[in-house]
Ligand binder design. Structure first.
Ligand code: GDP
Length: 714
C-alpha cells in the first residue's frame, strides 16, 4: 500500500512552553480545528461542529499521548502553493491536507532526558509564550535546549486577551533574553479586552475569527487606525527577510517591490536554517489566532526532506551511514518513548527515518542485537487510535507488544543494520533506598520498577543482596520523587523511601598484588580454590578489564570464569565505604588447584578474597559525581551567587554576559547541590535559573572522603 501523504506534507513538531503559558489550551485548540477541518471538511455549520465537539468530549481528548497525528488543510490556500512542491501529485491523489505529528514535550525541564528525547525526534517547534509575562525563566532553558539540537521554530505569543498583555513587550523580551532573530509576521488587532483578531503583515490583511468556536476565518482590510503601525512593522519584516537572500536584498535596496511569495519562500528557508524565527500571536482561550499559526507550521517549519539525512553507524564496520527520509531506503527508526496505555498495554513510540515498516514484519534492534516482531501499529489521534498496516519515512507511530526495546534503541531492517545516533543519557548520580510496605507491595514492586526502567533510561534499580533492600538511582532529587509518586499512583505500590544519597564510587591509585586461598577440608567433600591477582588503575571512565595470564593449566580453564565472577561481586561492594569500584584492571597471574576438592564456588570465593586484599593495598579512593552547571542570573546578583558557589567548592570555568544576564559556567560536586534550586531562588529573588548535568567522577578531597567513610561505617 503506497503512502497517502507525500513526505513533503509531513510536519513532525513539538509545542514547547513554560508551565502555564497555555500549551494545553493551544494543543486542545489545534486538535479541535484540525479535527473539524479533517472530519467535517469545509462545513462551517455551528451544529455540525457542536455535535462533533460533544462526541469529542465524551471520548476525551488524549492530549497526553506521546505523539498525536492530526491533519491540516491551510486556510491560506494561495500561500500554500509556494511551499508545496508536490502540487501535481496532490491533485492526482486528492490530498489537500498536511499530516502534522505533535510530539509531546515535557513542561518541566528538570528531566533533561525527557526534553532531549523529544527534541531528538522532532523537526520543528512552536514555542508558546504568555503575552503578559513574556519570556519566563523556564522558557529560556527550553529555548537553549532547542538551540543545542538546532530545532527550527516559530513563536506564538498567547493570552493577548488578558489584562496586561502586550505583544510588543513580549516580543521585546524574546529579543532581549532569547534571540534577536525573532521576527513579527503578525500584529494583534487590539489588546486585552479589545483583542479582536490578527493583522497578517505579509498579506497586509486583518484576520477575524467568527462563530462560537472562532471556526470562521475572515480576511478583511486593516482598519485605518492600525494601518500606519502595520506598515511600519511590515517594513521591518521585509528588511529582515530580504537580508537573508542576495537577490531579494538587491531588489530591496533598488527599491523594487518584493512579492509575498518571495518573502514567504525566503522566510521559510531562513526559519529552517535557524536564521529567523517567525512570531505569531493570539489567544487560544478566546479561539483567536490558532488557524493562522497552523498555517505557519505548514509554511515555515521543515518537512523531513528539508533537514539533513539522519546519521548512523554500521554496527559491524563502525562506518558512518546516511539515511535519507525516502521510502526506497532500508527501514530505520528510533524508539523514543515507552508508555503505558490503559487500553492496549505497553506502547513503543518510534519515528521512522527511512524506509517503511509493515505490521507483522520482523525488525532488528541494533542496540540489543535482538530481533523483534512488529505487532499492531497505531497512530494516535485526538479522539481515537487508528490501526495502520504500514508506516513510512517521517511517520511517528506506536507499536504494541515489543519486549526488549527501550527508549533510545534503533529498530531497522535486519539486512541493512544501522545504529542511529544515540540519545546520550547521563549517568544516574543519586540513589535512594526503597522498601515496599507490605507483602503485596513487595510482590508488585519488581514489575513496576522494571517498567519504569524501560521507560526511562536514566533510572536504574539495584538489589542489595546482603540487606535485601532495593536501591533506585536517578538524575536528581525531583526525578526520584516523581518515580516514587508514579509507583504509588500508577502501579499502586506503597513504599518507604530513604534519604537521597550521592552515588559515590571507589577506585584505586596504585598497582598491588594479593593472594586468595579458600580451603576447607573437614569431613565430606572439601573445597579448594587458590589464586594470585594483580590490580592496576585504569583511566577514568574506561571501566573494568579482566586479564587472564594463567598458563599451562595451573588453574583449569573451567574455574577461571568463577574467579572473574568473584572479583566482580567484590568490586560491587567496594573496600572503603561500600561503593562500587570502577576503572581498574585485574590480572589473574597465578594459583593452584586440587584434583578432587576444587570447585567453581571455591574459586569464586578465592577470587573475591584476593581482590579485596589487593584493592586495599592499592591506595583506594572515593570518587564523587561532579556536575556541570550553567547558572543565569541578573547582574545585580552576580557577586552573591559567585560567593555562594565558591563556598560550595564550585570551580568557576567561565562567566559571560548574555543580553542582560550573567551566565556562570561552573563545576560543583553533587553533594553540595542538594536543595540548590531553593537557595538560588532566595539569593536572586526568584530570578536566577540553572541547568545541571552530570560531568564526570572525580576523587573526593581526602578530608571530606574521611567523613563520608566514617559516616558510612557508623
Ligand atoms: P500549560 O500549563 O502551558 O499547559 O497551560 P494551560 O493551557 O493549562 O493554561 C494555563 C491557564 O491559562 C489556564 O487557566 C488557561 O485557561 C489559561 N489560558 C490559556 N490560554 C489562554 C488565553 O489565550 N487567554 C487567557 N486569558 N487565558 C488563557
Amino acid at each position: 500500500m503506497p503512502r497517502l501523504y507525500p513526505v513533503e506534507r509531513y510536519r513532525d513538531i513539538g509545542i514547547i512552553a513554560h508551565i502555564d503559558a497555555g500549551k494545553t489550551t493551544v494543543t486542545e485548540r489545534v486538535l479541535f480545528y484540525t479535527g473539524v477541518s479533517h472530519k467535517i471538511g469545509e462545513v462551517h455549520d455551528g451544529k455540525a461542529i457542536m455535535d462533533w465537539m460533544v462526541q469529542e468530549k465524551e471520548r476525551g481528548i488524549t492530549i497526553t499521548a506521546a505523539a498525536i497525528t492530526c491533519f491540516w488543510a491551510p486556510i491560506n490556500v494561495s500561500a500554500e502553493k509556494d511551499t508545496d512542491r508536490d502540487e501535481e501529485q496532490r491533485k492526482k491523489e486528492g490530498v489537500n491536507e498536511y499530516l502534522i505529528n505533535i510530539i509531546d514535550t515535557p513542561g518541566h525541564i528538570d528531566f533533561t532526558v525527557e526534553v532531549q528525547r523529544s527534541l531528538r525526534v522532532l523537526d520543528g517547534a512552536v514555542v508558546v509564550f504568555d503575552g503578559v509575562a513574556g519570556v519566563e525563566p523556564q522558557s529560556e532553558t527550553v529555548w537553549r535546549q532547542a538551540d543545542k539540537f538546532h530545532v527550527p521554530r516559530i513563536c506564538f505569543i498567547n493570552k493577548l486577551d488578558r489584562m496586561g498583555a502586550s505583544f510588543e513587550k513580549s516580543l521585546e523580551s524574546i529579543w532581549q533574553k532569547l534571540s534577536p532573530s525573532a521576527l513579527a509576521i503578525q500584529l494583534p488587532l487590539g489588546e486585552e479586552e479589545n483583542f479582536e483578531g490578527i493583522i497578517d503583515l505579509l498579506e497586509m490583511k486583518a484576520i477575524i475569527f467568527e462563530g462560537d468556536f472562532g471556526q470562521i476565518v475572515k480576511k478583511e482590510e486593516i482598519p485605518q487606525n492600525f494601518l500606519a503601525k502595520a506598515k511600519k512593522w511590515r517594513e521591518k519584516l521585509i528588511e529582515k527577510v530580504a537580508a537573508e537572500d542576495q537577490i531579494l536584498l538587491e531588489k530591496y535596496l533598488a527599491g523594487h517591490e518584493i512579492s509575498i511569495e518571495e518573502l514567504r519562500k525566503t522566510l521559510r528557508k531562513a526559519t529552517i536554517n535557524n536564521k529567523l524565527i517567525p512570531v505569531f500571536c493570539g489567544s487560544a482561550l478566546k479561539n483567536k489566532g490558532i488557524q493562522p499559526m497552523l498555517d505557519g507550521i505548514v509554511f515555515y517549519l521543515p518537512n523531513p526532506m528539508d533537514l539533513p539525512s539522519v546519521k548512523g553507524t554500521d554496527p559491524k564496520t563502525g562506518e558512518t551511514i546516511d539515511r535519507e527520509p525516502s521510502d526506497d531506503k532500508p527501514f530505520s527508526a528510533l524508539a523514543f518513548k515507552i508508555a503505558t496505555d490503559p487500553y492496549v498495554g505497553t506502547l513503543t513510540y518510534f519515528r521512522v527515518y527511512s524506509g517503511s515498516l509493515k505490521q507483522g514484519s520482523y525488525v532488528l534492534n541494533t542496540t540489543t542485537g535482538e530481533k523483534e516482531r512488529i505487532g499492531r501499529i497505531l497512530r494516535m489521534h485526538a479522539q481515537d487510535r487508528e490501526e495502520v498496516k504500514e508506516v513510512f519515512a517521517g511517520d511517528i507511530a506506536a507499536t504494541v507488544g515489543l519486549k526488549n526495546t527501550s527508549t533510545g534503541h534503533t529498530l531497522c531492517d535486519e539486512n541493512h543494520p544501522i545504529v542511529l545516533e544515540k540519545i546520550i543519557f547521563p549517568e544516574p548520580v543519586i540513589s535512594i533506598r526503597i522498601e515496599p510496605k507490605t507483602k503485596a507491595d513487595q510482590e508488585k514492586i519488581g514489575a513496576a520498577l522494571k517498567r519504569l526502567m524501560d521507560e526511562d533510561p536514566t533510572f536504574r534499580v539495584k538489589g542489595d543482596l546482603e540487606t535485601g533492600e532495593t536501591i533506585i538511582s536517578g538524575m536528581g532529587e525531583l526525578h526520584l520523587d516523581i518515580i516514587a509518586d508514579r509507583l504509588k499512583r500508577e502501579f499502586k505500590v506503597e513504599a518507604n523511601i530513604g534519604r537521597p544519597q550521592v552515588a559515590y564510587k571507589e577506585t584505586i591509585k596504585e598497582t598491588a598484588e594479593a593472594e586468595g586461598k579458600y580451603i576447607r577440608q573437614s569431613g565430606g567433600r572439601g573445597q579448594y580454590g587458590h589464586v594470585f591477582l594483580r590490580v592496576s588503575p585504569r583511566e577514568r571512565g574506561t571501566g573494568f578489564e579482566f586479564i587472564d595470564e594463567i598458563k599451562g593449566g595451573i588453574i583449569p580453564r573451567e574455574f577461571i570464569p568463577a574467579v572473574k565472577k568473584g572479583i566482580k561481586e567484590a568490586m560491587d561492594k567496594g573496600v572503603l565505604a561500600g561503593y562500587p569500584i570502577v576503572d581498574l584492571s585485574v590480572a589473574l597471574y597465578d594459583g593452584s588447584f586440587h584434583e578432587v576438592d576444587s570447585s567453581e564456588i571455591a574459586f569464586k570465593i578465592a577470587g573475591s578474597m584476593a581482590f579485596q586484599a589487593a584493592a586495599k593495598r592499592s591506595k583506594p579512593v572515593l570518587l564523587e559525581p561532579i556536575m556541570k552547571l550553567e547558572v543565569i542570573v541578573p547582574s545585580e546578583f552576580f557577586g552573591d551567587v559567585i560567593g555562594d558557589l565558591s563556598a560550595k567548592r564550585g570551580r568557576i570555568e567561565e562567566t559571560k554576559d548574555r543580553l542582560q544576564m550573567k551566565v556562570i559556567d561552573v563545576k560543583v560536586s553533587l553533594a553540595e547541590m542538594f536543595g540548590y534550586a531553593t537557595s538560588l531562588r532566595s539569593l536572586t529573588e526568584g530570578r536566577g535559573t540553572f541547568t545541571m548535568e552530570f560531568n564526570c567522577y572525580e576523587e573526593v578531597p581526602s578530608n571530606i572522603a574521611q567523613e563520608i567513610i566514617d559516616g558510612k561505617r557508623r
